[in-house]
Design a protein around this ligand. Structure first.
Ligand SMILES: Cc1cc2nc3c(=O)[nH]c(=O)nc-3n(C[C@H](O)[C@H](O)[C@H](O)COP(=O)(O)O)c2cc1C
Length: 171
């Protein structure tokens, strides 16, 4: 049976290199993995602990949580913004702290960003504290991604190998 991976893009930009990378990965593994891409991070309301209870949780948050819950694994692909994690992505993750969808869930993080070190390290800390199952085999930093990914292909051989290893370790 095909595995289901929920793919979360940390960029909401239409021409996002992170979204392009998720599409390339989905294509590479189309025979064995169903990728369900989360495309509406910017529609998830601002996290407010006062709303984080059974009667007030917004419907978009419930849908996001259910998507994560029903997956075999989670793949996050994101840029770094201003030396940190993009706000929309961090906001969505904050909604899962109490509901614990990441807890013990196989998770991979690819940061594809001009530099990206700080955002990558920061998100790894966040994922560890919410008990995501992630390690060095399922995390990858791709700096200057536009020189390594072009026209729907990963053109850098080393990065292609690392991406494949990451997905194989994830599933
Ligand atoms: C508001 C903003 C802040 C950014 N800050 C950083 C940064 O701190 N570090 C970095 O590596 N790239 C930064 N970038 C550049 C992004 O890495 C680059 O635009 C990347 O391609 C964005 O990913 P995307 O193509 O998936 O949208 C920033 C871009 C924007 C729009």
């Amino acid at each position: 049976m095909k595995k289901k991976i929920v793919a979360i893009c940390g960029s909401t930009r239409q021409n996002s290199i992170n979204l392009e990378l998720l599409e390339i990965i989905a294509q590479l593994y189309q025979e064995t993995i169903d990728f369900e891409t989360v495309t509406n991070l910017d529609k998830i309301p601002h996290f407010n602990p006062d709303l984080d209870n059974p009667t007030d949780v917004p419907s978009q948050v419930l849908a996001f949580r259910n998507q994560l819950k029903s997956s075999d694994a989670i793949l996050i692909c994101t840029p770094e913004y201003a030396m940190g994690v993009p706000g929309t992505l961090k906001n969505a993750i904050d909604w899962t702290v109490s509901s614990m969808e990441f807890s013990h869930k196989p998770t991979a993080l690819i940061t594809a960003s001009t530099s990206g070190e700080k955002g990558h390290a920061s998100l790894l800390e966040t994922l560890k504290v919410i008990e995501a199952k992630i390690d060095e085999k399922t995390s990858l930093l791709i700096s200057t991604p536009r020189t390594k990914i072009k026209d729907g292909e990963i053109t850098d051989e080393g990065i292609l190998l690392r991406v494949k290893e990451l997905i194989e370790n994830l599933v």
